[in-house]
Write a protein that binds this ligand. Structure first.
Ligand SMILES: [Zn+2]
Length: 264
């Protein structure tokens, strides 16, 4: 019976380890895609800053062409001033000169503002590129780590599967079937009885069941259906109730019996 308990407990440890490893292994790709997403976001930011710089450049080219046109227009009107004959004509031309000059001035101010935007976008681009570089390095490291861990997990899982295949034939078929059925439903198939409780569901066990368990029997929890066992090694050394020694009654107090030493 003790051997059966041992095998079932070992099998449960192996199964729980397999479940945990499988879950951890499934989480690995998301670690990689998170690093990939961070890099993509930084790349998009760099591309956006770069495109903004191009737009500012194009804007200034257009503004410079317009400024030149306005200045040339103003110069043309000034030469016409020499040949006007009426003051009304002169006033009209003066008005045109003023308008062209004001437009050129306004565009020059706009160009200056564009240069300032370029400066701040250039700083943004430099920061984004530095971030891209560092995140690309981080992604590469994550990729290496994930690959390594995938290999480790795979090797560990293979060794656990070998343990599992070695253990299962050693276990009585009926118990194994019961274990499999409960484990599939509850995650674990066997539970230790501790402090007169099932450690699987925390429900109390009846005193009679508790006594049978302590005698080494395998039972079933009434509440959760898990196979229940008692582990003498894990329990605090049970204190045998001391016989009510009457001081000076003339007989030596009995030696405490070793648990299980009287061979059941
Ligand atoms: Zn239970």
């Amino acid at each position: 019976m003790l051997e059966l308990i041992e095998h079932l407990v070992k099998l449960q440890t192996v199964e729980l380890d397999r479940t945990r490893l499988t879950q951890e292994m499934r989480a690995l790709p998301s670690e990689l895609s998170r690093a990939q997403a961070e890099l993509s976001a930084a790349q998009a930011q760099a591309a956006e800053a770069s495109a903004a710089l191009v737009r500012e450049e194009q804007l200034r080219t257009r503004m410079e062409r317009e400024i030149t046109e306005h200045r040339q227009k103003a110069a043309r009107f000034r030469t016409q001033l020499d040949s006007v004959t009426t003051s009304a004509q002169a006033a009209a031309i003066e008005h045109e000169i003023q308008f062209a000059t004001a437009e050129a001035d306004r565009l020059e101010n706009d160009e200056f503002a564009s240069l300032e935007r370029t400066e701040s976008k250039e700083a943004e681009l430099a920061a984004a590129r530095a971030k891209v570089e560092s995140l690309a390095g981080a992604l590469e490291k994550t990729r290496e780590r994930v690959t390594q861990r995938q290999q480790d997990y795979k090797a560990h899982l293979e060794s656990l599967s070998a343990d599992r295949e070695a253990l299962r034939p050693k276990i009585d078929e009926d118990w194994l079937a019961r274990f499999d059925r409960i484990a599939a439903a509850r995650g674990t198939g066997i539970a230790k009885a501790e402090n007169q409780q099932c450690s699987g569901c925390r429900m109390g066990v009846r005193p009679q069941v508790w006594n049978q368990l302590r005698e080494g029997q395998l039972l079933t929890c009434d509440s959760c259906g898990r196979i229940l066992y008692w582990d003498p090694a894990m329990a605090p050394a049970p204190k045998e109730p001391q016989p009510e020694a009457i001081p000076g009654a003339g007989r030596a107090p009995r030696k405490p019996r070793q648990a299980g030493a009287d061979g059941g």
